[in-house]
Design a protein around this ligand. Structure first.
Ligand SMILES: [Zn+2]
Length: 381
């Protein structure tokens, strides 16, 4: 039996005025997805447990079959894992954004003018030179997104994600460890401000200890692999010993090569992997941009470039099961994530389900299942 998990990030939505009160999932022309839903099982998945932040780290952890309420410690340690950092128990990882804060204390740009990784790495190296040491380590990541490793006693601070502060007065950290965090952010201004970036300081948030996650194979007894252009998802793979496969042409943007990820999944399964996770960011990106047409187009790309040839490819490998669901909703109206349950689809190549329609409305009457339980349901465990 081969298993595929398809994750169109943030694809779930709300009725959209521009679409005549329908959702992108309802409007997109997805004949293959529709046919799979008609022979499978649809339902609702609570991918974000009650009270947890509706992030891709939480939602994908649930999709991978790990209860976020047990295993999630923060977003930064997952991104640190994606950079290949292994944290000791006495170390903590913070997400370290390069940001632009206005003279009036407004968060002008949580992405610090989107520097190139190359330009940003020069600044991160300078920060390490000037402010590193004594357990403080700056690690270069991608573009404006970097990692700071600190001693364990920096853990107890309430830090606001900078993207939640766009065009608003910043909210400085609070809590027992806040003075240390604040002092470093303040000290970073001399270094970042002296660079040629639009950013003028670092912003620290999302901290956590390295989550202690059992390997996927020890938990579920099969070997898994994944492809994703997103650090968080790749980091979850590192933490769970799921093989992270690089795919040429894969990106976190609209122009990502969908077909290349499909082919990679089929090749990897053909080479012996039991389960493959295909994660594609474009639907989430469109949600954040409030771009109705791109969200619909991304779903149609999934259907035409991934699912249409995935199904016969899987048939050629033998029996298979498929699970499809997003890690959270990213409604176009809100341009950000919500914690609402999302529609899921489960298909077995040999056993027909009750059939249904894969959309928010199509599953509205179903009770939400905890998202992390769907992996066991997929595997028939
Ligand atoms: Zn998102």
């Amino acid at each position: 039996m081969k298993y595929v998990v398809c994750v169109p990030d943030g694809c779930a939505d709300e009725p959209v005025d521009e679409l005549g009160g329908r959702t992108p999932l309802e409007v997109a022309a997805t004949p293959v997805l529709d046919a799979l839903a008609a022979r499978g099982e649809v339902g609702r998945a609570a991918v974000i447990p009650d009270g947890m932040p509706p992030g891709s780290d939480v939602g994908n952890m649930a999709i991978f079959g790990y209860d976020p309420a047990t295993f999630h410690t923060g977003r930064a340690p997952i991104e640190a894992a994606a950079l290949g950092l292994k944290l000791r128990p006495d170390q903590l990882a913070y997400r370290c954004n390069l940001v632009t804060v206005g003279a009036d204390g407004t968060m002008v740009d949580f992405a610090g003018g989107h520097p190139s990784s190359e330009d940003a790495h020069v600044v991160i190296a300078a920060l390490q030179e000037e402010l590193g040491g004594d357990g403080i380590e700056f690690h270069p990541g991608v573009e404006y997104r970097h990692i700071l490793v600190t001693p364990a006693d920096w853990a107890d601070a309430d830090c606001t994600p900078p993207h939640d502060l766009s065009d608003k007065p910043v909210i400085w950290p609070s809590g027992p460890a806040a003075p240390k965090v604040q002092q470093l952010m303040d000290a970073s201004r001399a270094v970042v401000g002296a660079s040629n970036l639009a950013a003028n300081q670092v912003w620290l948030w999302g901290q956590g200890f390295q989550p202690q996650m059992p390997s996927f194979s020890s938990l579920y007894g099969i070997d898994a692999a994944l492809s994703s252009a997103v650090d968080l998802v790749r980091g979850l793979g590192v933490l769970t010993d799921i093989e992270v496969v690089d795919v040429e042409g894969m990106s976190a943007g609209y122009d990502t090569d969908y077909a290349a990820q499909r082919e990679c999944a089929l090749d990897t399964l053909g080479d012996g992997a039991d389960l493959f996770i295909i994660h594609i960011e474009a639907t989430d990106e469109a949600g954040h941009a409030g771009d109705v047409a791109e969200k619909v187009r991304a779903l149609e790309n999934w259907d035409r470039e991934v699912l249409a040839d995935l199904v016969p490819g899987l048939d050629a490998l033998g029996d298979w099961r498929l699970l499809l669901l997003p890690d959270h909703a990213t409604p176009l109206r809100l341009k950000t994530h919500t914690a609402d349950p999302v529609p899921y689809l489960l298909v077995d190549s040999k056993v027909d389900g009750p059939g249904g329609v894969y959309s928010e409305v199509g599953v509205a009457g179903h009770e939400a299942r905890p998202g992390h339980t769907l992996m066991a349901r997929l595997l028939g465990a």
